[in-house]
Write a protein that binds this ligand. Structure first.
Ligand code: ADP
Ligand code: ASP
Ligand code: MG
Length: 594
């Protein structure tokens, strides 16, 4: 008999009628011959209500007690669901995270799953019962209740599907699939019939709240097909699965992360190890840093900017305060008036001019870009909060995400095929903990050059102009980083190109510089790109930490950095490339050796 996991989000269990409807759906799947495991979230906005209740009593409740409190929301739903199934004449048992044996680490409010014991669930399923698991929760080695982070029931569901070898994990929610962007923000968004793990992981990690990004890490590692569907209307929904990248399409989706915070450190001593220390400390608090920009050093000092989710700003500033004295950081500033707009697509690495197209569309909407970072699979820009919805709309339209996707609603996709055992990544068997980091490769490309246009006017259209000119000369740009130099209304634009194009690009930049104006061009003709690739690299905050620590203690200066869920890249001087490769390989040896 095949196992199916069905997960019901908060809106799908918000009241007795919805609980009964979900119960009916699970019973139907059981009658079709499947063994059914349900994962339920807290009813409606119950979790928000509990958080608010806690804050009314204590402004800074301890993470342990928050977990104790929040886990009750899912328990209520699970028990009610079992009662609903019973009332419809079928047998069901509800289980908490600890009853299932979802063992996690002790990072309260953001715990990661170490293992899940399947024995009890399998026993109950074989007795013909529907098993209902309370989502979002686990238990640590001290038997303390932990939670997996907001939205974490998706992760419970996919993790259960993985360990039980389910044929698929169905996610029932209040939208009928994954859209090209949040349909509640942009009504022109289109449903995607299917999306690859890599693209979905990046979309979720950049802020598409429809799926918990860690659930996609599980899905990719364990090859679990996910079907996202509406709990209200029947339809094919969206399949998230392993599919070859559609190289004909540069961009598959756009994301708006409204609540970002920008932190800028000025006057940081430009010595190897400074940024390592800062990011290590931040990562140790499990704070996910996204757009990291280190300005090219001047007079022994450098500037460092990065973004963190707004609700983690306070914690981030606390960490910086602790290292500020030791590292002699002159000035720390921050802004919460910023939002991040990103486009994602596996095909963008194979199509020239995607970046310039994005920058042009934003500049045509008369919006100034504060920061830019890119990776193989995404481009993110930071803009003022008030400009962000218009920026999202502009890029969504430019990349024709508002035109119905082929194979759309009138032509449903085949249901996912049964999961082939051999498709399960063999690396999984070597993991000590289920959510452990996977590193596939650590490599070095020594044929790169970096160019920086220094102190260009920070106004709409500058990035579009630079990258249109570079693209029209047939030069393929890899990494792009634009920083905003706070005080002066100026920006630095850095990018990497193949070394063979350096001379041509240098001449071109000279012309651009005269036109802009720009206060100077610097370059690093002999640059090397060190890449670490795997799964979930940004959300496992330990990756950046290990990398920076290793490079810092090897005395290696990092010129540029970019991160995505699939890859972390750093640019270093080519002469230090081999050393960088060996120290980073050594830093990850315990993982790659498994
Ligand atoms: P649940 O409670 O079922 O887990 P969530 O609120 O977590 O539901 O996720 C569903 C919501 O995700 C939708 O209502 C939608 O507003 C939002 N969303 C964000 N990005 C997307 C997207 N790309 N496609 C579909 N929905 C999205
Ligand atoms: N109830 C939790 C939350 O609201 C977990 C979830 O819904 O996935 O974040
Ligand atoms: Mg959710």
């Amino acid at each position: 008999m095949t196992i199916i996991v069905q997960k019901y989000g908060g809106t799908s269990v918000a009241n007795p009628d919805k609980i009964l409807a979900a119960a009916g759906r699970a019973i139907r799947a059981s009658q079709e011959g499947h063994q059914v495991v349900m994962v339920v979230s807290a009813m409606g906005k119950n979790t928000d209500m509990l958080v608010e209740l806690a804050r009314q009593i204590n402004q800074r409740p301890s993470a342990r007690e928050l977990d104790m409190l929040l886990s009750t929301g899912e328990q209520v739903s699970a028990a009610l669901m079992a009662m609903a199934i019973d009332s419809l004449g079928h047998r069901a048992v509800s289980l908490t995270g600890s009853q299932i044996g979802i063992q996690t680490d002790s990072t309260h409010t953001k715990a990661r799953i170490i293992s899940i014991s399947t024995k009890r669930i399998e026993q109950l399923l074989s007795e013909g019962q529907i098993v209902i698991a309370a989502g979002f929760q686990g238990i640590d080695e001290n038997y303390d209740i932990t939670t997996l982070g907001r939205g974490g029931s998706d992760t419970t569901a996919v993790a259960l599907a993985a360990v039980l070898g389910a044929v698929r994990c169905e996610i029932y929610t209040d939208v009928d699939g994954i859209y090209t962007t949040d349909p509640n923000i942009l009504s022109s968004a289109q449903r995607m019939p299917q999306v690859s793990y890599d693209e979905m992981l990046e979309l979720a990690s950049l802020g598409a709240g429809v799926m918990h990004s860690r659930s996609i890490e599980f899905a990719k590692k364990y090859a679990v097909p996910i079907q996202v569907r509406s709990s209200l209307v029947d339809g094919p929904g969206t399949l998230i699965r392993k599919i070859p990248a559609d190289l004909s399409k540069a961009v598959c989706g756009a994301v708006l992360a409204e609540d970002e915070a920008l932190v800028t450190l000025a006057g940081v001593p430009d010595i190897p190890g400074s940024s390592s220390e800062i990011f290590s400390q931040i990562a140790s608090q499990k704070i996910t840093v996204d757009m990291i920009i280190q300005n090219v050093g001047k007079k022994g000092q450098t500037g460092l900017s990065f973004t963190v989710p707004r609700d983690e700003l306070e914690m981030t500033l606390g960490v910086i305060e602790q290292v500020r004295g030791t590292l002699q950081i002159k000035k720390v500033s921050h802004s919460t008036d910023v939002s991040k707009v990103s486009v994602v697509g596996s095909g963008m690495a194979y199509q020239p001019g995607v970046a310039k197209k994005m920058f042009r569309s934003i500049s045509d909407a008369d919006i100034n870009v504060l920061m830019i970072t890119t990776s193989q699979i995404k481009i993110s820009v930071l803009v003022r909060r008030s400009d962000a919805p218009r920026a999202l709309e502009a890029v969504h339209q430019t990349f024709e995400l508002d035109t119905p996707v082929e194979n759309g609603s009138s032509n449903p996709v085949e249901p996912p095929p049964p999961r082939a055992e051999e498709e399960r990544a063999d690396v999984v068997d070597r993991l000590r903990g289920m959510e452990d980091l996977v590193i596939d490769d650590i490599s070095l490309d020594t044929d790169q050059s970096r160019i920086t246009l220094e102190r260009v006017p920070d106004q709409p259209g500058i990035a579009a102009l630079v990258f249109e000119r570079v693209a029209s000369a047939g030069i393929v740009v890899d990494m792009i980083v634009q920083s905003h130099l706070d005080q002066d209304g100026l920006a630095n634009i850095s990018f990497t190109i193949p070394r063979a194009d350096l001379v041509a690009c240098q001449d071109l930049c000279q012309q651009i510089a005269e036109q802009l104006p720009c206060q100077g061009i610097s370059n690093s003709p002999q640059a090397a790109k060190l890449s670490v690739s795997g799964i979930g690299l940004r959300s496992h905050t330990g990756v950046a930490r290990r990398m920076f620590q290793a490079l810092g203690s090897g005395g290696i200066n990092v010129e540029l950095t970019n991160t995505s869920e699939a890859r972390v890249n750093v640019i270093v001087a080519a002469e230090q490339g081999d050393l960088a490769l060996s120290v980073v390989k050594a830093a990850f040896a315990d993982i790659t050796a498994r």
